[in-house]
Design a binder for this molecule. Structure first.
Ligand SMILES: Cc1cc2nc3c(=O)[nH]c(=O)nc-3n(C[C@H](O)[C@H](O)[C@H](O)COP(=O)(O)OP(=O)(O)OC[C@H]3O[C@@H](n4cnc5c(N)ncnc54)[C@H](O)[C@@H]3O)c2cc1C
Ligand code: SF4
Length: 511
């Protein structure tokens, strides 16, 4: 980095690509922005190639955007010498080079970096101003207050408060349409011949092509490929992608939210989490735009309410849980599941068609939609008794939208029930019938979804019962599981033996 004089630096992290981020607002207007590609951020877990390429390209484009708007920017590339192995290294180096006497930063979204930043006032020897990230609607302390003294932290109640607070889909004090939640009208299986839009795709420009070369050279052993890269990497293109979703997909978002089709990877999903999570899109503005689609008659209420609930409800809620539960949350393992993650999670090579599709798509696109994550890859790991920490690391590595604050509660809490029911009121456990109802996977599978036992039976069918029987002591008193446990008490010994033998045979072949 050439010697540049700067009194004040404003550090912008890769997921803080928002011009009005708290640290920028607080710092003097002539402060110099500092943006760094840091080795440890790419390798603390081995992120998908497309995720690294997306973030580096979005960071480089953001730097250009800021320069064009008149800001001074110091940008440090991954291969600039001397190598910055950690964020602290990169910041210390910039302070030495510029002679800066003050640093402004917005607090990170992951405990790992939160702790590193908290050391800076002592370590760096200059004035350090750390600011809370106020791009979220519910500040951390407010979530803590909301959670205090509550017996159960159900998302639905949190969501209603967020509706009241934002005024989204409200008629005065009442929810539009007389109900808070229209989920009962969603969850239709998709038919293959529905006319589905493709996701908005963008040709890589020169900056992105450079980054793709850097990723090919430096991260060859990370999962996925950097070929066929189509993500938006600028604020303007991310906005185009969102407008494309509003026009082409939002009206059907609710109906087919839980559907899965082999040939349609994106269905009616927004594919906007990648842009929101790094700051290219503003979640509240997106919700207001979706509400306008409803108010102006272009999208039905069930779709718009469903979309808004995911963002002001689930997205905010899981972040609240992440910080409330503290840094050890990712180590929770209340069901004491110990199996290593099967190797096919890294290759997609399995005869189970649902898993093959969801994992192959993940390897190719660094994207799978919610039900593929929850009810295919997550469901299998849950039923097979995979160590939830291994599952958590996999999700953090493979998705372009993955940051611990949003990924960990979804994996540890919602999908693996490893927090003992803090986030979800019951495990998302199901047999193959659920996947068959919501997808076209089973027709193309070597396993038979209607068979309950034997070599060709769908593994989800016996693993479901094996999971419940195995975890009977921990789960049988859960009122939401009363019905399956009643069926278990009525099961013959022979049927129980069959389940145990099929499961043991299948699981031992896995390892
Ligand atoms: C095991 C597991 C791991 C997950 N890991 C991540 C992750 O690392 N990053 C991430 O952003 N989401 C994660 N999710 C939530 C959800 O799957 C993704 O947000 C969604 O699939 C992103 O695709 P989309 O933008 O097309 O979403 P859409 O279906 O279009 O939904 C709209 C938006 O709602 C928000 N949203 C929806 N569901 C959730 C949820 N459960 N939690 C938080 N926000 C939600 C997202 O911002 C999303 O962009 C995970 C879910 C599971 C079950
Ligand atoms: S039969 Fe079972 S394993 Fe095969 S696709 Fe259906 S749910 Fe998946």
């Amino acid at each position: 980095m050439a010697k540049v004089k700067a009194d004040t630096l404003v550090l912008i992290l890769g997921d803080q690509l928002t011009p009005e981020i708290a640290a920028c607002r607080a710092a003097p207007t002539d402060a110099t922005l500092l943006i760094c590609e840091v080795a440890s951020e790419t390798t603390y877990v081995r992120h998908h190639k497309k995720k690294i390429a997306f973030l580096f390209s979005a960071m480089r484009h953001f730097a250009e955007e800021m320069r064009t708007s008149g800001k001074k920017v110091i940008y440090r590339k991954l291969d600039d010498a001397p190598a910055a192995t950690t964020m602290t290294d990169a910041v210390s180096h910039a302070i030495r080079k510029t002679g800066a006497t003050a640093l402004y930063a917005t607090r990170a979204g992951e405990w790992r970096l939160v702790h590193e930043m908290e050391e800076w006032p002592k370590k760096l020897g200059i004035d350090v101003h750390l600011h809370d990230d106020d791009r979220f609607l519910c500040p951390r302390e407010e979530f803590e207050r909301w959670a205090e003294d509550r017996k159960s932290l159900r998302m639905e109640y949190f969501y209603r408060d967020m509706r009241r607070r934002t005024g989204l889909l409200m008629d005065g004090d009442h929810p539009v349409g007389g109900r808070w939640n229209f989920d009962a009208e969603n969850r239709k299986p998709a038919e293959a011949d529905l006319l589905m839009p493709d996701v908005a795709r963008f040709e890589p420009d020169a900056i992105t092509r450079d980054v793709l070369d850097l990723v090919r050279e430096n991260f060859a052993d990370h999962i996925g490929s950097s070929d066929n890269f189509w993500f938006a990497v600028t604020r303007a293109d991310a906005q185009k992608a969102f407008q494309h979703f509003l026009r082409e997909a939002l009206p059907w978002f609710g109906d087919f939210q839980d559907a899965m089709l082999r040939e349609k990877r994106f269905l009616y999903h927004s594919v906007c989490s990648i842009y929101m999570n790094c700051g290219l899109l503003d979640p509240l503005a997106m919700c207001r735009a979706a509400e306008t689609e409803y108010r102006e008659g272009r999208a039905p209420l069930n779709a718009v309410e469903g979309f808004i609930r995911q963002i002001i409800g689930w997205r905010e809620y899981v972040r609240g849980i992440y910080f409330l539960r503290g840094p050890d949350y990712t180590r929770e393992n209340r069901l004491q599941a110990m199996r290593p993650l099967p190797s096919f999670y890294w290759t997609g090579e399995t005869e189970m068609e649902c898993l093959r599709c969801a994992i192959t798509q993940t390897i190719e696109e660094a994207y799978a939609h919610h039900i593929q994550r929850l009810m295919v890859t997550g469901l299998f790991a849950l039923l097979a008794g995979v160590d939830p920490h291994e599952t958590h690391v996999w999700y953090l590595e493979v998705y372009a939208d993955a940051y611990e604050w949003v990924e960990a509660p979804n994996t540890i809490g919602m999908s693996q029930f490893a927090d003992g029911g803090y986030l979800a009121s019951k495990p998302y456990a199901a047999s193959g019938a659920y996947i068959d109802r919501m997808s076209d996977y089973c027709g193309a599978c070597v396993y038979r979804v209607k068979h309950k036992a034997g070599l060709r039976a769908c593994p989800f069918n016996y693993l479901y019962w094996d999971f419940l029987i195995r975890n009977g002591e921990r789960l049988s008193r859960n009122p939401r599981l009363a019905q399956p446990y009643r069926l278990i008490t009525k099961m013959s010994d022979a049927r129980r033996r069959e389940i145990a033998e099929d499961s043991a045979r299948f699981l031992s072949a896995l390892s």
